[in-house]
Design a protein around this ligand. Structure first.
Ligand SMILES: *[C@@H]1O[C@H](CO)[C@@H](O)[C@H](O)[C@H]1NC(C)=O
Ligand SMILES: *[C@@H]1O[C@H](CO)[C@@H](O)[C@H](O)[C@H]1NC(C)=O
Length: 169
């Protein structure tokens, strides 16, 4: 009987001191004062991906919306993030149509944009995000861009062969 009473006493949690309770209350007040639209994902990235989605013709993609949303928290299909920044969008071979739109340049941290084997039309925007390292968009309609890339690669290869043959001679 005594042992059980002792155990009950030891389990009871001491109430937090007044100061910490006041701090929690203050925090709750601050949180409730914040705008409801506050999202974790970087605002400019949300703007950019909303624009991309609209340009693609708002196809059925889990999570994706044309206005707002929180891609890095809501697990939008094919979206990869580093903390609150969108770093990758991978949506290949899922019959996407539409175009790329004019908000690609608004992505702040995107590294990979993989949209190959879809039916995306239009042209590659002139201003691509500076962070972009890998852009995969092979599809018949964007062939012009692709062949330009191939031509440049061949030219670089040719130049490096010339340079190396000069070095050896
Ligand atoms: C997110 O993007 C901002 C602005 O481009 C950059 O300063 C920050 O380092 C990025 N964070 C991560 C985790 O990539
Ligand atoms: C998106 O990018 C355009 C062109 O760089 C710029 O004028 C516009 O302010 C940007 N919008 C947002 C919401 O960042």
């Amino acid at each position: 009987m005594d042992a059980r009473a002792a155990m009950r006493r030891s389990v009871r949690v001491a109430p937090p001191p007044l100061a910490s309770r006041a701090a929690v209350l203050l925090l709750l007040l601050l949180l409730s004062a914040l705008p409801l639209s506050l999202t974790y994902t970087y605002e400019q990235d949300v703007f950019a991906i909303n624009g991309l989605y609209t340009a693609l013709g708002s196809p059925s993609l889990p999570g994706w919306v044309t206005n707002g949303g929180d891609p890095c928290v809501e697990n939008w299909q094919g979206v990869g993030c580093a903390a609150s920044n969108i770093t990758a969008i991978t949506l290949s071979g899922i019959s996407l149509g539409g175009q790329l739109g004019n908000t690609l340049a608004n992505f702040t941290s995107i590294i990979t944009l993989e949209l190959s084997n879809n039916n995306i039309g239009g042209t590659i925007p002139d201003n691509l995000p500076v962070t972009l390292q890998r852009l995969y968009v092979h599809s018949s309609i964007l062939l012009l861009f692709h062949s330009t890339c191939v031509a440049i690669s061949l030219l670089i290869l040719l130049l490096s062969i010339i340079v190396s043959s000069q070095e050896t001679s």
